[in-house]
Design a protein around this ligand. Structure first.
Ligand code: UP5
Ligand code: MG
Length: 194
């Protein structure tokens, strides 16, 4: 990447691992631009287009939306934002997502690291069911939660392991309190800013 290319951190972890919660805190403390792939897809779904109903089907069944759709949303959000430091939350979720990113973004943005929050399924399930009481999210129900876990294990964990092999992945215990997870997250970002 060019020396002035914007930097990107991917933020990964199972459904409900705290990706969004911690990204918000990074934004407050360090002023990064936060793009949640899931939030962008949920917003696009509201458009009420054919693509919107297609996205809804994928989200309700805990499956990964075709990469062309997600990348298009991410790239237009990156461009619109115009920032220099991005957190991309919940992407890439499979190897197809990774190659799509490589092909379309290539070296225009510099991948500076991958944060991965680790939390047990029991804890994730409890968090998501609790959130489901008020979130209105189409995927915060027990059937979809199980499917999301399956997709995470089969498709996203290999991505995490790939980055770990590259020495790019920092794993953080996400099962502790929000403040404790934040302390570890802040240390990580501090080390990158230094
Ligand atoms: N909470 C957070 N931290 C806590 C802590 N330390 N202790 C106790 N509670 C904690 O947190 C989840 C809940 O836990 C909240 O109630 C929070 O208060 C509490 P949150 O910060 O929202 O966790 P997050 O990891 O962001 O959970 P989220 O549900 O957003 O994760 P998913 O990965 O499931 O959702 P996402 O929005 O990324 O994707 C949804 C769907 O979109 C996918 O399943 C897929 O169908 C589709 N998608 C794609 O197809 N492609 C993509 O690239 C991205 C998404
Ligand atoms: Mg989220």
């Amino acid at each position: 990447p060019a020396a002035d290319a914007p930097v990107v951190f991917f933020v990964l972890g199972g459904p409900g691992a705290g990706k969004g919660t911690q990204c918000k805190k990074i934004v407050e403390e360090f002023g990064y631009s936060h793009l949640s792939a899931g939030d962008l897809l949920r917003a696009e779904r509201e458009a009420g287009t054919d693509q919107g109903s297609m996205i809804e089907e994928y989200i309700k069944s805990g499956k990964i939306v075709p990469v062309e759709v997600t990348i298009k949303l991410l790239l237009s959000a990156i461009e619109k934002d115009g920032g220099k430091r991005f957190l991309i939350d919940g992407f890439p979720r499979n190897t197809n997502n990774m190659s799509g990113w490589q092909l379309t973004v290539g070296t225009k943005l510099a991948l500076a690291g991958v944060l991965c929050y680790e939390v047990s399924e029991d804890e994730l399930e409890a968090r998501l069911l609790k959130r489901g009481e008020t979130s209105g999210r189409a995927d915060d129900n027990i059937e979809t939660i199980k499917k999301r876990f399956n997709t995470f294990k089969m498709e996203t964990l290999p991505v995490v392991e790939y980055y770990a092999h590259q020495g790019l992945c920092t794993k953080i215990d996400g099962s502790k309190s929000v403040d404790e997870v934040w302390a570890a997250t802040k240390d990580f970002i501090d080390s990158k800013e230094a």
